[in-house]
Design a protein around this ligand. Structure first.
Ligand code: GDP
Length: 438
């Protein structure tokens, strides 16, 4: 996400050598300037930030720790624009949100991600397909809605998006939805017709909030278009999409300080769970390579069912962990989103194991094989893998397309792993492990 800034910070901090060495501070500031500009931070933002960092550090005494402290404070301040954070519900439901943005910015995907985010927080969500501009946008939203099991309102016979938005709102009110998210049309570039249409929808349905989805990969253009949307239709928040692919990361600083609209969420992957609330001090912590354990805990707590987790632990202890439990755990992991989105949350991990960032857990060869094998097993076999005699294994091999050698290998690995898990979770676990390894 911020590879370019994070990668340079350590070196910059190291430039500050002695207490109260003004020259070393100036050198660090000038390196920081290069790093910010290279990371696409707007030149005005860069200037303001550097001034504040220099003065702030001098005020509390030049030194590496003080420099980091001021850097952290000033970056956080810059990322904190006045306004709401995350998703804010209106006092009377439904909360109606208009999703706007240019074509290809990730608007439809983000509408789905936001619906998914709200659904995992037990909200009743309706999405409305009002992007009649891009061919297949309605179909895309239908597929997304089905995959996350969220209701959708669409009307393929209707050509007027204002009427669709209005009808969707009526449905949301009548059927007591908590939230209505309206996916609107984009254009390849800003044009008056688009702005007029958005204004008309805004006037017709009076949304609680208007979100602008900005593509981080468009760098400085993202700041410019967000400013135009703010001036023409008024926006209450920006969602930065594709932040995972943006190695520069400076666009967040530019938008917050130049557009003066709060960043509300960031998109950090193509999958539905890959959306995070934008919390400035946590982002700064990651930007400085310090990790974000709070963010990680929050992400997992929304997904992990504590009761279920306790049941599974019990089963492991008894040596009853079976393929059904295994599959369920795999599905839970996929709800966490891309591995890449988690790496930066663990302090030091992204620099210690950079290869992890490119790993696609769900689509890896090994996981695909294991899933194929499990789906060819009967539910009794999944419950009790000991039932698997040679003829059953042969059937599974044919059904899954894996060779018998591959089937045997996975089954053996699973058996060893559950044995080891049982030993480790029972009393004297380490001793058990030693026995197994000796
Ligand atoms: P729209 O025209 O604005 O509705 O754009 P789409 O929602 O169709 O998104 C365009 C492309 O961007 C799709 O391939 C999405 O999968 C991809 N995309 C959207 N958000 C993200 C994100 O946060 N990260 C990544 N890597 N891809 C994204």
């Amino acid at each position: 996400m911020f590879d370019s800034i994070t990668g340079s910070i350590r070196g910059i901090v190291n430039k500050i050598r002695h207490q109260d060495d003004v020259t070393s501070l100036s050198r660090a500031i000038s390196e920081l300037k290069k790093a910010f500009l290279k990371a696409d931070v707007h030149h005005k933002t860069t200037k303001e930030l550097l001034n504040a960092i220099e003065i702030g550090t001098k005020n509390i005494g030049i030194g590496q720790d003080n420099f980091i402290k001021v850097l952290k404070e000033e970056l956080t301040k810059t990322l904190t624009a006045n306004g709401n954070q995350g998703f804010v519900f209106s006092s009377t439901p439904p909360t109606v949100v208009l999703m706007t943005g240019l074509q290809g910015s990730g608007k439809t995907t983000t509408t789905g991600k936001l619906a998914n985010y709200l659904k995992t927080r037990k909200k009743k969500v309706l999405v409305a397909a009002c992007d009649l501009q891009r061919l297949a946008a309605v179909e895309q939203l239908k597929q997304i809605a089905a995959s996350i099991e969220v209701d959708i309102y669409f009307d393929e016979g209707e050509k007027n998006p204002i009427k669709i938005a209005f009808a969707a709102k009526e449905k949301a009110i009548k059927e007591h939805y908590d939230v209505l998210l309206i996916d609107t049309a984009g254009r390849l570039a800003i044009d008056e017709e688009l702005m007029e249409q958005l204004k008309d929808i805004k006037n017709a349905i009076n949304p609680n909030e208007i979100f602008y989805v900005a593509d981080s990969l468009t760098g400085h253009d993202a700041t410019k278009t967000a400013t135009t949307f703010k001036e023409k239709i008024g926006i209450d928040g920006v969602i930065l999409s594709k932040y995972d692919g943006d190695t520069k990361g400076g666009v967040a600083l530019s938008i917050a300080s130049q557009v003066e609209v709060p960043l509300r969420f960031i998109g950090i992957g193509e999958k539905m769970p890959d959306l995070e609330v934008f919390i400035p001090d946590r982002i700064v912590s990651r930007l400085l390579g310090l990790g974000d354990i709070d963010g990680l805990a929050e992400k997992t707590s929304a997904i992990i069912d504590e009761k279920k987790a306790k049941e599974v632990t019990k089963k492991i202890k008894k040596g009853e962990f079976n393929f059904n439990d295994f599959l369920e755990q795999l599905q839970m992991m996929s709800k966490l989103g891309s591995l890449k989105s988690i790496i930066g949350m663990i302090p030091g991990l992204s620099s210690m194991a950079p290869a992890l960032k490119d790993m696609d857990f769900e689509n890896s060869k090994e996981i695909i094989r294991i899933k194929a094998l499990i789906s060819s097993m009967t539910s009794k076999e999944r419950e009790n893998p000991d039932l698997l005699n040679p003829s059953r294994k042969k059937r599974i091999s044919l059904g899954s397309g894996l060779s018998e050698v591959q089937v045997n290998k996975i089954l053996k690995q699973f058996k060893n792993a559950s044995k080891m898990a049982k030993q480790l979770s029972s009393k004297g676990g380490m001793k058990g492990l030693q026995n197994m390894l000796s």
